[in-house]
Ligand binder design. Sequence first.
Ligand code: HEM
Length: 287
Amino acid sequence: MTLPSFVSRHQFLIYRLFSLSGLIPVGAFLVVHLLTNASVLGGAASFQSRVDMIHSLGPLLIPVEFAFIFLPMLFHAAVGFAIIAGGLPNVGSYPYMGNVRYTLQRATGMIAFAFILWHIIQLHWLGAPLGGGRFDPHHATSSAATVIAPLGVSLLYAIGVLSAVFHLSNGLWTIGITWGLWTSPAAMQRANVISIVLGVVLAAAGLGAIGGLRSTDVAAARQVETRMDDFKRMMEGQAPGADAGGHGAAGSSVTYPAADAIDLRGPSEPSALVIPTPTTSSSPPGN
Ligand code: HEM
């Protein structure tokens, strides 16, 4: 069976899966991702602890990312481009939707695609062979703030984030048409309000994160992150990292008396956690 004949035989199913994938898992991921990023507004420690939670998946993170984010997004984008190119009849055509929203849905899908590709190359480790991969999960705020610091980069991020947010919020409304969830004008109107509220909340979260990163004191954030990293290593019985202020160079062993303390506060974070300082000694951890 050739690919075109496979597609035409399973057109209905493909369109339904395309529609569903826009909501779950891709749309759900976008919501979680934007809200996580917005936690940077609570300070470097707040964002770092969320990133640590995600990275606590360890080696499982890679298959999870591929199964629930990259592959569904590639599938959605591939079918989306096929629809735009006219390769798939638009079985989800919306007689009630304005022409502008219809066109914007397609335009924002394409902008989001270009943005997401660039964003992944720039920050995700997958982009490292192309000179990107600049996000450091142990220094979440400071590394992201450094990447986004140039005004042009921030503006492109704002355009990309707003495109993705419009695409999801408007898509939420069109999904209800595709699946026959809202059929009366009154139901459509209610769905419209929900879509707009979602759009406004997500846009605020996305732009808030960009603003939060832009106003970050990178050196102070890095100190907070380094102390948190030391604390994690201490809890795992390892030596602190190389940039932990000189102590804990590779090969040294550490003990953890409660006497001394690391203050996780950056200059702008008065209420953050205070933890014990590991000190270098000749006896192994736990002795
Ligand atoms: C941020 C990632 C994305 C999310 C969260 C997302 C979400 C959605 C949702 C929820 C819909 C509504 C589906 C329906 O009406 O049944 C949709 C539609 C659509 N998406 Fe995406 N999408 C994303 C990325 C993309 C990309 C990269 C493309 C590639 C061009 C794309 C192309 C389209 C198209 C063309 C439609 C409209 C289909 C139609 O009018 O029949 N999307 N998307």
